[in-house]
Design a protein around this ligand. Structure first.
Ligand code: GBH
Length: 439
């Protein structure tokens, strides 16, 4: 592995999780969410698993925060559950939920861990979905109100705040591809959700600024769309994928506009008056979070816009079937910095891999994850050497957890979790990172 001294002194090393994936949503008076609903319908989630118990982090958080401290990590990226704070999405506050996040944040500070909060990581309260959810423009106001209530309680101790995790997943994956909750497959709904989620982000940024809160950013799941060959049709297809996956969101944030080709093909589905929202969508952010896992090899296809298909690549793959391709991270960071973000600090807010890890004699040998992390840390160093203002790196994930539609089988953790006994076993990668980060 690398050494801490290979990176700038102020570079931040962390691990990441999300509320629904670890907390145990059945505990503590949280309201129902779209993931509870989605998991109930056969065919949506592997073995119909849900986040009711997950890693029982709701009760075991002190042990989990100890693991973060003991790994010599500087920061922890976690998320809060909207329905834990507001069971119906609006109105009545669940005090137990606020108390929980209050204790959790204090627990981080007591251990010298910087809290990086994500306000929304995918579990919309069901009552709001009944009102149209992300397809209803009112969601922007609902979200900002929730953000104010939560931050009114813990905002004084948060180190960095991200509004929404992965706007592409919230909109396209969940409302066009139907692979995530609420499982809608409709282009019009999806395009509206793309705008509304961008607007919700901007509306929350402004609400938090008005409270005096700084260091606010957004987290996007970017992909590196690699053209299958260099023919003009393929190149155009890769560009369309780039527009839909990456550029729609970053041009909204940094240029207050959406890509021209996107507007030409599907812009008619945007909510009426969307142009008037662009100043809010493009509210200044203090940093941008990049979640990076793999590349996508793209070719042209028949059918409606974006008319692309993915081609399987030749490189070694993780348990998710994703190619291990650290170069894509470097390409993406360079592009982002040069074309969009300039001096705005970037964080790698998620990077990691799933592996079918098992405990043997009390240990987990995940050598493949160690070399995965090594290669991606190396690309991060190259980006910094190249002038990209990259300020930190968060491994996904601290713990094995609920991998959404794929249930509990895909293991992303630095720490193994036995979902029968809830026993935590740090993997070899955890120990490798811990010694790399020792001071
Ligand atoms: C991130 O999503 C998420 O922020 C995090 O919660 C998640 O655990 C992590 O990555 C690892 O996946 O096979 O049809 O169910 C990255 C984007 C979107 C990639 C969902 C995997 C699965 C699609 N992810 N996708 S499907």
């Amino acid at each position: 592995m690398f050494k801490r001294s290979d990176f700038p002194d102020d570079f931040v090393f962390g691990a990441a999780t999300a509320a629904y994936q670890i907390e145990g949503h059945a505990f503590g008076g949280a309201g129902r969410t779209i993931w509870d609903d989605f998991a109930e319908t056969a065919g949506n989630v592997v073995r119909a698993e849900n986040g009711a118990v997950a890693c029982d982090h709701y009760h075991r958080w002190p042990e989990d925060l100890d693991l973060i401290r003991d790994a010599n990590l500087d920061a922890y990226r976690f998320s809060a559950s909207w329905a834990r704070v507001l069971p119906e999405g609006r109105g009545t506050v669940n005090q137990e939920g606020l108390d929980y996040y209050d204790k959790l944040v204090d627990g981080m500070l007591e251990r010298g861990i910087n809290p990086m909060l994500t306000l929304y990581h995918w579990e919309l309260p069901s009552t709001l979905n009944d009102l149209g959810g992300w397809a209803n423009k009112d969601v922007a106001k609902w979200f900002a109100d929730y953000a104010e209530i939560l931050m009114g309680r813990i905002g004084d101790r948060i180190w960095r705040t991200a509004t929404i995790n992965e706007l592409w997943c919230v909109s396209v994956l969940s409302h066009y591809l139907g692979a995530h909750a609420p499982g809608v497959r409709n282009v019009r709904t999806a395009v509206r959700a793309m705008h509304n989620v961008s607007l919700a982000h901007g509306t929350a940024v402004q609400a938090l600024r008005a409270m005096g809160i700084g260091e606010i950013g957004a987290v996007c799941n970017f992909t590196y769309p690699e053209p299958f060959d260099d023919g003009p049709e393929t190149m155009a297809a890769a560009r369309r994928m780039d527009d839909l996956h990456n550029r729609f969101f970053i041009s909204g944030f940094f240029w207050k506009q959406y890509p021209e080709e996107f507007l030409h093909h599907v812009g008619r589905h945007l909510p009426e008056g969307w142009q008037d929202d662009m100043d809010v969508v493009g509210s200044k952010v203090d940093w941008l979070g990049v979640n990076y896992y793999t590349r996508n090899i793209v070719a042209a296809a028949d059918g409606p816009w974006p008319a692309t298909r993915e081609v399987e690549g030749p490189l070694p793959k993780t348990q998710m079937g994703w190619e291990i391709y650290s170069e894509g991270l470097l390409h993406f960071l360079r592009m982002c910095h040069r074309e969009f973000t300039g001096d705005t600090p970037l964080y790698i807010t998620e990077n990691g891999m799933a592996n079918p890890d098992v405990v043997q004699d009390g240990a987990v040998d995940d050598a493949m994850r160690i070399s995965f992390l090594e290669s991606h840390f190396e690309r991060a160093r190259e980006a910094i050497a190249d002038g990209v203002p990259l300020k930190g790196y968060f491994v996904w994930s601290l713990l094995d957890n609920y991998e959404w539609a794929l249930g509990y089988e895909k293991r992303f953790g630095l720490v193994h979790v036995d979902f029968e006994t809830q026993k935590r076993t740090p993997k070899a990668s955890y120990h490798a990172l811990k010694s790399a980060l020792s001071r």
